[in-house]
Design a protein around this ligand. Structure first.
Ligand code: AMP
Ligand code: ZN
Length: 471
């Protein structure tokens, strides 16, 4: 049986025990709003994908089978606008940024989703839902031929964003993104073709046109995950109108609860401000790497803050993270050395392991989890100082540390592919010496390279070869 976990549901505004729809309560379905592929992902977008990765990794660690779908929005107002500006066919334009997105998430060690549906492959599923909504009084065709969702026809409209009692909806809105704090609007399900759409259109019973953004996610989510999904995630900006509209369309269509737990992550700010090109504070992962900030550092930076708190990106904060990682690397490498100590107090190690799990089980409490890691390091160092760090304990400590790293994926140096003991390193060095003596320089070089790949740097000095860990 998987371990219990409680998550903060934005709809009920309560910490909610995860109880998957799956009868065995073992399989969890998750839908996360993915990238709109009209540009490179910025580090704010990446924050969202990172905490979502933290979630799915935690669920796996807890013993759940995760079925994760992340959509690719490859047709909407912005993709059409920018493909036209770039003078490229929509598909070619969006493919470029879809590829860049996959490179970014792989560089950040984000566990791939099970499915990455592209909106343009699901037009007929969207049309099926729209047809039903029209036939059942939830939607209407406007004078110019677009189809709109009629929010008055759905009694629960506004329940997610808390705008349920706002009655004044003055007009309908054609754009995908809007932020109207006062009124609510009928929103577009299907947008009739306009000249600026160029060759981007699909035939439909309502004439040629294209889907609105919101219906895309409902169609793709239900196609893969069924009518009721366990967890739906997105950034805070997705809550209204996007997710509010997803609920309206989906629940009007199925008559069932669309999502059991809604999770919304907070914003990433740069120097306390919203990122924007005009402020010059807009960064992609590539920009960070050019400044010498590794994906591992950025990953740990993001995962050090709880997903429901804003993060302020500054270069000072990154420096702090780098210092923390350096200390953790030292800790990890200190576990390499064999030990002759006595001591077998395994319970205390299990205590830390439990505490860590408990922290994650309360809405992914990363601050608590990291505090436990610091305590753990202190505890191990204390054992060493008291000569109680036996080999048996060391092995157990490594196991537990690697378990912690299953979710963080940044606690262990990324270069260290395999764990080499000091004895193994020294024997490799001897092997290399022998090869050099016999003028087998190819073999000697090969050994040096192999060691390098495993995080070990060799230096040939007049006194012989010395080694150190790559930092
Ligand atoms: P988009 O590509 O604009 O559809 O956004 C993809 C994801 O990134 C969504 O879940 C957004 O909520 C999220 N997102 C956008 N900007 C930020 C930001 N500055 N901080 C955190 N998440 C963001
Ligand atoms: Zn979405």
């Amino acid at each position: 049986m998987p371990l219990p976990i409680r998550l903060y549901d934005s709809l009920s505004r309560k910490l909610t025990l995860l109880e998957p729809v799956d009868t065995q309560r073992e399989k969890v379905t998750i839908y996360t709003c993915g990238p709109t592929v009209y540009n490179y992902a910025h580090i704010g977008n990446l924050r969202s994908y990172l905490w979502e990765d933290f979630l799915t990794r935690t669920l796996r660690l807890f013993g759940y089978e995760v079925i994760h779908v992340m959509n690719i929005t490859d047709v909407d107002d912005k993709t059409i606008r920018d493909a036209k500006a770039a003078n490229l066919p929509l598909k070619e334009f969006t493919n470029r940024y879809t590829e860049a997105f996959f490179q970014d998430i792989s560089a950040l060690k984000i566990h791939p989703a099970n499915h990455y549906p592209r909106a343009t492959d699901f037009i007929s599923q969207m049309q099926t839902i729209i047809t039903y909504l029209l036939q059942n009084g939830y939607a209407y065709v406007s004078e110019e031929g677009s189809v709109y969702f009629k929010i008055d026809a759905f009694a629960d409209y506004g329940k997610l964003s808390g705008r349920k009692n706002v009655t004044s909806h003055k007009h309908r809105i054609a754009t995908d993104e809007y932020d109207d704090k006062e009124g609510l609007h009928d929103f577009a399900l299907w947008k009739t073709w306009k000249e600026e759409d160029g060759d981007v259109y699909w035939d439909s019973p309502w004439g040629k046109g294209r889907p609105g953004w919101h219906i895309e996610c409902s169609a793709m989510a239900m196609h893969y995950l069924g009518e009721t999904i366990d967890i739906h995630c997105g950034g805070a900006d997705n809550l209204f109108p996007h997710h509010e509209n997803e609920i309206a369309q989906s629940e009007a269509y199925t008559g069932k609860q669309f999502v059991k737990i809604w999770l919304h992550g907070e914003w990433l700010l740069v120097d306390g401000k919203k990122m924007s090109k005009s402020l010059g504070n807009f960064f992609t992962l590539r920009d960070l790497m050019e400044r010498g900030i590794s994906p591992r550092t950025f990953r740990f930076f993001v995962l050090s803050t709880h997903y429901r708190s804003p993060i302020n990106f500054t270069f000072d904060a990154i420096q702090d993270i780098e210092n923390r990682l350096k200390k953790m690397d030292e800790f990890w490498y200190s576990l390499v050395k064999n030990s002759d100590d006595k001591g077998d107090n395994i319970e205390e190690i299990l205590f830390f392991e439990n505490k860590f799990i408990q922290a994650l089980a309360e809405d992914l409490n990363t601050s608590k989890a990291l505090a436990i890691l610091s305590e753990f390091i202190k505890f191990v160092n204390q054992l060493r100082a008291n000569a109680k760090l036996s080999q048996k304990l060391l092995n157990e400590i490594k196991r537990v540390w690697l378990k912690f790293d299953q979710v963080y994926q940044s606690l262990v140096p990324w270069e260290t592919r395999q764990f080499l003991s000091e004895v193994e390193i020294l024997s490799k060095i001897q092997e290399r010496e022998l090869a050099r003596k016999n003028k087998n320089f190819d073999i000697a070089d090969k050994i040096r390279q192999e060691l390098y790949q495993q995080g070990v740097i060799l230096e040939d000095t007049p006194k012989g070869t010395i080694w150190r860990w790559r930092s």
